[in-house]
Design a protein around this ligand. Structure first.
Ligand SMILES: CC(C)(COP(=O)(O)OP(=O)(O)OC[C@H]1O[C@@H](n2cnc3c(N)ncnc32)[C@H](O)[C@@H]1OP(=O)(O)O)[C@@H](O)C(=O)NCCC(=O)NCCS
Length: 167
């Protein structure tokens, strides 16, 4: 299944699809700290700030449809000591869950990180995002930090976890 997806860099034309997928994640109340889906201008700026040879955004395509994406980001703004670290954030269209999309994207990201000389990959996850934590566990990510009760969603406080692995 994993091999049915084409990996490529995200383009401006993908923004409606990326925003729709992110909007689904926002509405779950467990996948991101955003409580509202960002607007078109904000999304354009977000993508423009991700440089292909530094902190790219990759999409998974199936039959021409964008079904998920994985965005790399600099950690702490890319300060020198952290130049070999990236944060990964990934979102899959809900109608494509459990079909290997996130896995294929993560395989691709890990391979690309070698080329970028990235040594550590981290992700920030809300403690009640069981699906993402299970997914990360399968990729060898381990708990590297817990920020207690940092998030508040619908009046409930949740810990923010940092999971990481070496590339
Ligand atoms: C987490 C998420 C990205 C997983 O994407 P996916 O494409 O469904 O994942 P895959 O099909 O590659 O799953 C690989 C493995 O991860 C684990 N996994 C994935 N979803 C899971 C779930 N809901 N519950 C338990 N384990 C899960 C399983 O071990 C799975 O293997 P299996 O299907 O053979 O059992 C997806 O649920 C999603 O987009 N969630 C909303 C956004 C989000 O939470 N993003 C992460 C923010 S930190």
């Amino acid at each position: 299944m994993k091999n049915n997806y084409r990996m490529r860099l995200a383009r401006q034309e993908d923004l409606p699809a990326l925003t729709a997928i992110y909007g689904q994640a926002v509405r779950t109340g467990r996948a991101t700290g955003d409580l509202e889906t960002p607007g078109a201008e904000q999304q354009r700026d977000w993508l423009a700030a991700h440089l292909p040879d530094r902190d790219p955004v990759y999409v998974a395509e199936h039959s021409g449809e964008v079904v998920g994406y994985n965005a790399l980001s600099l950690y702490r703004g890319g300060r020198g000591a952290f130049r070999r670290t990236r944060e990964t954030s990934y979102y899959v269209d809900s109608s494509w869950h459990r079909r290997g999309v996130a896995s294929r994207l993560m395989d691709h990201v890990l391979a690309e990180c070698v080329g970028f000389q990235v040594r550590s990959l981290i992700t920030f996850v809300l403690a009640h995002n069981e699906a993402s934590i299970a997914f990360l566990g399968g990729y060898g990510f381990r708990l590297w930090g817990r920020l207690p009760a940092l998030a508040e969603i619908s009046g409930v406080a949740y810990d923010h976890l940092i999971l990481g692995r070496r590339v």
